[in-house]
Write a new protein. Structure first.
Lengths: 299, 314
């Protein structure tokens, strides 16, 4: 006698449906992400030989890593440069995008036009154009001239602050920050969007209540806005790190690609990419550990 | 001065400072665009002339004409457009599905799957590019297909497969955006649909998708723009086929060669130097950017609104 199948309960059916919705991603993750990732690890420990029909892997142990770190003339240098650049730019990008979002959140005439403008770099500052820009001769000339201009970085300004007994390191950082404004503003589009969305989600009542209690604007910012935004600061820090690490004009990305196509070959290039990936992972972990304890989560 | 008058002045000063600041920032953002336009319109004499700054004295469309011809612009444009439209529509479809599954259904492992989606964002695509290339170059369905492996590079197939499985460029972000968007939608809509006897798929397709149009437009815009601008994936998987990025990269040297051949005896030395490359490259870059600008102008209203409303944060 055939057993009659009980119809699935609603909640079980929902669970199954939810799982089925995510199946495309799961398949992709396994076959087009996890498998290549594993292969990348394997290649980084071997020498890849391409033949017209197929490809072969000859195991080489840690040799590729050794080569990348000790023999390759540029890798270590570029690696350090990229890291230092990130460390200096990260606080600026976060600070600027927070600031810009605060301005865009306030009410003024022409706000929608300004917003459209601010997100323009998201559209323009990507991929191939970014890559071409690096090699654009006339642009290099222009930037070069601008850097030499006695506008703000001049010795007089430095001298003035030195005389006022500001620590030299701080003065240098501020001057560099001002000169780096274009490179800070242009990659901030998505971060501004994220902050802006967060600012809009804080309900007006909270501010009203604080005002009634007599809080000043300064206090409202530090006691309401800032804690409410802290999860997004974390999100934005992570986004910025990833974005700058994978950008087409990142020197290390360029180097890895060059090594693969014209340099020491696939194995070494993969070893470089692995070192780079581990470094990104460590940076993200450090950032996460440092910030997540200070983040305030609204319940 | 009365308190009201003081307040009024304070507001005026704030407004003034804000305007100055915004104009400054707008300049920084627009400067590359203006710079590119001005350079692209210059003739070579203008670039050498120190007194010419922003406005070319002898404006010319020659740079654009040269690039149009040597980028094979119409073909490259059509290819890029087809590729970007294809991937973004497919990604829109699959990523919104996955996002919906993660937003509204609790099942064992759902948070792990979400974590994996975010994880894919953290891996530099360069890392898995070589193995992915090899997999598509010698495609055998990961050992499932018998016989001679297929060569999928140079076709649209790698992009179709990656889009269908949400592993294309920044797909994790699209899953994230759509998940946040669906989470922000009222539950009552779905409950009503379920009571009326609709299954999850019907509910998704007939109830949720129409309500999520602003989120979909945001995702579409991101996806289209990033695919259009993408250099890495296109040059790796479409090697040999001329999409806009490759066309742009290779065109300058072709232009130089063509000029050299046509005019071997004339004083072409000046035409082959970095300045000239810069002129035509800027024209080419504009030709790549302008379609996106037009798209953005049409869609920006939805884009900004949706991101602000619930969009990325929810």
């Amino acid at each position: 006698m055939k057993r009659k199948r009980r119809p699935m309960s609603f909640s079980r059916r929902q669970k199954l449906a939810g799982f089925l919705f995510t199946v495309p991603f799961l398949l992709g993750f396994i076959f087009l992400f996890a498998v290549p990732f594993y292969q990348a690890v394997v290649i980084s420990f071997s020498e890849l030989v391409l033949t017209p029909q197929t490809f072969e892997l000859q195991p080489k142990g840690w040799a590729n890593y050794g080569y990348a770190l000790q023999v390759h003339p540029e890798f270590s240098k570029t690696f350090t440069e990229v890291m230092v650049k990130l460390a200096t730019e990260l606080p600026m990008i976060i600070g600027f995008s927070f600031f810009a979002a605060t301005i865009l959140n306030s009410d003024f005439r022409g706000r929608s036009i300004v917003r459209t403008l601010f997100f323009l770099p998201v559209i323009l500052g990507a991929g191939v154009v970014l890559k071409m820009e690096v090699n654009d001769y006339a642009q290099i000339m222009v930037t070069h001239l601008a850097e030499g201009a006695p506008f703000f970085g001049g010795a007089a300004v430095r001298g003035f602050f030195a005389a006022a007994r500001f620590p030299a390191g701080m003065v240098d950082y501020v001057i560099d920050a001002i000169q780096a404004l274009p490179t800070v503003i242009r990659p901030s589009g998505v971060q501004i969007l994220i902050f802006l969305a967060g600012l809009q989600s804080i309900s007006k009542e909270v501010y009203e209540a604080a005002s009634v209690e007599g809080a000043t604007g300064w206090e409202r910012f530090w006691l309401i806005t800032f804690p409410m935004m802290s999860p997004l600061i974390l999100v934005n820090v992570i986004y910025t790190v990833i974005d700058s690490f994978t950008a087409m004009n990142n020197e290390l990305v360029v180097l890895i690609r060059e090594t693969m196509l014209r340099g020491a070959g696939y194995g070494v290039s993969m070893a470089m990419a692995m070192i780079y990936f581990v470094a990104i992972g460590l940076v993200l972990l450090a950032v996460f550990g440092l910030l997540s304890r200070r983040v305030f989560y609204h319940v | 001065m009365s308190l009201a008058a003081k307040e009024k002045w304070r507001k005026r000063i704030v407004a003034f400072l804000r305007t100055v600041l915004l104009i400054g920032i707008a300049y920084v953002i627009l400067q590359p665009l203006f710079y590119r336009l001005s350079t692209a319109l210059m003739s070579i004499e203008d670039l050498y002339d120190q007194s010419v700054r922003w406005i070319p004295r002898k404006p010319t469309l020659r740079n654009f004409r040269l690039m149009w011809e040597h980028m094979e612009y119409p073909i490259a444009f059509a290819r890029s457009f087809f590729l970007a439209a294809l991937t973004s529509v497919l990604q829109l479809f699959t990523c919104s599905m996955v996002g919906y599954g993660l937003a509204r259904f609790k099942f064992p492992g759902s948070s792990i799957i979400f974590g994996l989606a975010i994880f894919t964002l953290m891996i530099p695509p360069q890392l898995i590019m070589t193995p992915s290339y090899l997999n598509f170059r010698f495609f055998d369905f990961f050992g499932l297909l018998r016989g001679k492996p297929l060569n999928l590079t140079g076709t649209y197939w790698p992009f179709i497969l990656m889009s269908l499985t949400c592993t294309g460029f920044r797909c994790g972000l699209y899953i994230f955006i759509m998940r946040q968007f669906f989470r922000g939608m009222p539950k009552e809509l779905e409950e009503a649909a379920y009571i009326d006897g609709a299954g999850p798929l019907t509910t998704f397709w007939r109830v949720m998708i129409p309500g999520a149009i602003p989120g979909l437009i945001t995702t579409f815009l991101f996806s289209f723009v990033w695919q259009w601008n993408d250099y890495l994936y296109v040059t790796t998987f479409m090697a040999g086929r001329n999409c806009l990025p490759q066309a742009l990269e290779g065109a300058a040297s072709r232009v130089a060669k063509a000029i050299d051949e046509a005019d071997a005896l004339a004083s072409t030395s000046g035409f082959l130097d970095d300045h000239f490359y810069s002129l035509i490259n800027n024209a080419g870059m504009l030709m790549v950017i302008v379609p996106l600008l037009i798209l953005y102008i049409f869609l920006q209203r939805y884009f900004v609104e949706s991101v602000e409303r619930t969009g990325i944060v929810g």
